[in-house]
Design a protein around this ligand. Sequence first.
Ligand code: NAD
Length: 492
Amino acid sequence: MSQFADLLPPLSHFINGRFVTGEGAAVADVHPATNEAFCDIRWATDAEIEEAVAAAKAGFEVWRRTRPAERARILYRTAQILRERNDAIARLETLDTGKALQETTVVDVISAIDALEYFAAHAATMNGEHVAFGGMEGDWGYTVREPLGVCVGIAAWNYPMQMAGWKSAPALACGNAMILKPSETTPLSALCLAQAYKEAGLPDGVFNVLQGDGRVGAALIGHPDVAKVSLTGSSATGSKILAAAAPGLKKVTLELGGKSPLVVFDDADIDSAVGGAMLANFYSTGQVCSNGTRVFVHEKIRDRFAEKLIRRTEAMIVGDPFDMATQMGPLVSRPHFDKVAAYYRAAPEQGECLHDGGFPEIQGFENGNWVGPAIYAPKDDDQPIAREEIFGPLLSLFTFRDEDEVLSRANDTIYGLAAGVYTQDLGRAHRMMQRMKAGSCWINTFNVTPVEMPFGGHKQSGLGMENGKWALDAYSQVKSVHVAMGPMQYPY
Ligand code: NAD
């Protein structure tokens, strides 16, 4: 793995503007296509957690006093630095996650850059309001939008750079400090963001990176000097984090799991809907939280849809993620492979196999975490492959007859992250959107997440939204100030 040495950022943590090797246990970071270790990362000790929180607390005092226009300039400069390093960071992301380089080059770093530029544009415009309630000359009030303090970001492993950007950009634009804990599976790219912030002139302590598993995350949430936590992860972890934040009544944003529906009506453009269904299941080797893993196709077009879907799926290229022709790399880790493989092995008993993705052997990468794209028609909506989040490239295909039926089946899930509909009927499209119980919805497309739009889940898929101006509410609080212009008549 020595050919990747030049990609590696300084390791392991970034505390108070400096890269720190760390004193904790060293844990190997492995490339998912080979399961070979390419570096060691040290998980944060209690002392390092204390050090990072103290640095963030001090950094916050500097940053909240920094002119918003200057904050914006630093975020813009960071975006520019990342843009210049896009290809190198994309390679690092592919090394760490196994995702195809054809994706990481155009999505992962770019979506973090989009967030930096979008929130930089808002940093200097976050003013309060003047409120006149006393006529022209009486009492009046004003509101102030204040930062929260030290915020903690905890990320999943599927879009590490994107999550680092989506969490830190709005937090910093609002004047907060942040400690980011990447997933223990994909620790590296957050350090590239730290490097870029540093070179852009961010004051020490305003952005920190601590490595480690859930223990480090839990210690950060429980720390009395932490004001807020934003998690991207599974619903099970979301529930633990909500409980951990409860004693201190800390602010919480949760971006969690899903089992989202994608509904294709008989008037849809079939080729486009097939493309949407593939994107909604196979992108990032199926490891996307908002994936439309339950595809409901109207019975009139089901056979034509299935035939095109299978033919195009058969042509997909699974292999070396660094080959730009590859469309699906390996799954992120051996434990995750084991989980997905168990669903693959159980699937034939739960439905009809329309395309068996199987476990491909990739020459030269025999030890990688390989699965192929799979398509099943489950026996019914209650089969585990149809109800549970697999987080791998297994598509469940269903048929339906009418709108009411498909809506009730689409909404019959504990999750509510995303939903999509393909139809040419405008009225029906919007009716479906009104009735879908999901936070992020698409008409005639799927899984596109421009930073201008809020992204988040309903039901057990989350709490609060990331992105768009709504993210500013998640990283700030409003203060209301009443100004008395004359003597007050007290009732005593
Ligand atoms: P995970 O829940 O296992 O871990 C997520 C993060 O939480 C990791 O950094 C982990 O170290 C940390 N963590 C675990 N236990 C913790 C605890 N008790 N206290 C504090 N931190 C803790 O999830 P994962 O396996 O890394 O990622 C896959 C999951 O993430 C899937 O369910 C997927 O749907 C979800 N996801 C959601 C979104 C979204 O935006 N809604 C995006 C990507 C992934």
